[in-house]
Write a protein that binds this ligand. Sequence first.
Ligand code: CA
Ligand code: CA
Length: 588
Amino acid sequence: MRKLIIAGIASLLATSTAYAEGVTEADLANDTATAGDILTNGMGRHLQRHSPLATLNKENVKNLVPAWAFSLGGEKQRGQETQPLIHDGIMYITGSYSRMYALDVKTGRELWQYDARLPEGILPCCDVVNRGAAIYGDKVYFGTLDARIVALNAKTGDVVWRKKIADYKAGYSYTAAPLIVDGLIITGNSGGEFGIVGEVQARDTETGELVWTRPVIEGHMGTLNGEESTMTGTLNATWPGDLWKTGGGATWLGGSYDAETDTLVFGTGNPAPWNSWLRDAGQKDDGSGDNLYAASRLGINPKNGEIKWHFQTTPREGWDYDGVNEVVAYSNRNGEKRWATADRNGFFYVLNREDGKFVRGVPFVKDISWAKGLDENGRPIWNEENRPGDPTKAADGKKGEVVFSSPSFLGGKNWMPMAFSPKTGNFYVPSNEWGMDIWNEPVTYKKGAAYLGSGFTIKPNYEDHIGSLKAIDPDTGELKWEFKNEAPLWAGVMTTAGGLVFTGTPEGEFIAFDDETGEKLWSFQTGSGIVGQPVTWEQDGEQFVSVISGWGGAVPLWGGEVAKKVNYLNQGGTLWTFRLPKQLASAN
Ligand code: CA
Ligand code: CA
């Protein structure tokens, strides 16, 4: 009897210890399969944004109804780009101006709120957004606009630790959802328009202490356990003079993780400044003006921060075609391990997951003007006359020749994540059809000042739409279907095993599409523009879907012809949760 009681107490203790430990590496690794919680950005660190749930399907999605809504409140109603996380009955969302909220997932009641105290003089380039949190152990983590990372007690919201990623006075900021792998919290940085240097950092999740750093511009030294490790690339191999010291390459959208090859993949933004003539990017094809590793994807060893491989989407970049867009790990219809990414530059790339080697690349927007195509290695075949002119050749030496380039600097696709469906084998890509007049100007680096050497005016390519959600077959590059939207699309996409594709529009509609035909099956007007990322989960035998509504992000910050498509839209900040009631799940 006594033995039994002791065994009982021991098992209780074991349970409570496991409970105190909270989210484990195994939980993160299995996130996609466990439909009762959402523990990672991307609904799995492969970033497929696919749910295996099929309770909600093409037939019954018309019965999806609001369950609750939560207002972020305050006067800080700016772009809301968060992806909710759900664990142990709590939903975690982040909001504009570096705020975080914990909500009762069943009712939407607020449990706690954390507002970062942001200093004067922060320099976010493109709205004061935040794209979501990370969860591990008993803590939740998110980055703040003053380029810091904060660990909070997941139950109380109390600060456990708070660390500086970089100096906000030099233009650094932080907006991405952090990534957690094997007890390390891995972050990038923002600020590519200020001549910062892109970097990936890994910290101990318990203490916040740095484990390794990997700057992404050649010539800079990495660190491991507080000591110098290796230099990134080869000094001055592809950068002239000292420009690498302020070379850009912001790793601002964070990364993905592929457990099968144990590889982190981070993208890097534009080289700085935008004016490529200052970076020796003239009429060369010997690679000397490529400016590695800006506008690239990097495969990184999560244990020590060493670069395993790189793939540069836009060498000699001169249009602000940041190479940061998410890289999704998937297996194609033949079971081959692949990565896919839809770049700002307008091309959709498939890479080999083992070594990052180029497999194929196809245009996913209509009017790419800066390149004629890609060669067998995925290197662009440039239209040299579409590079903005060298200002030193201009009569006044100040404004180079203006060219019309497409896509625009906001890209054929920007940050808003695409989704993959293992059910159809297709990617669902939120894209935009727009271009720009762009020109180059002289510029010199000044700490904390914009470092562009370029001017631009953004323009729609078509009268009736800019936004275009595309279903793309990654094996052939074939466009399966397209949904056109008047305003530019800026929200994340999600697929489900029930055959649905969810996304939202700046006009406020939250929409479910048929994954095979693109037919609009259901929609709901959320009251403000959607630039957030939908999720779905299971609770008490019912399927739920959530998305945040709150117009903002980079689009409304720029004028030009595009402003006419969006300047009437109202701001907001509401998390909407929808439910398919059990009794309606089988109804037609
Ligand atoms: Ca899960
Ligand atoms: Ca940029």
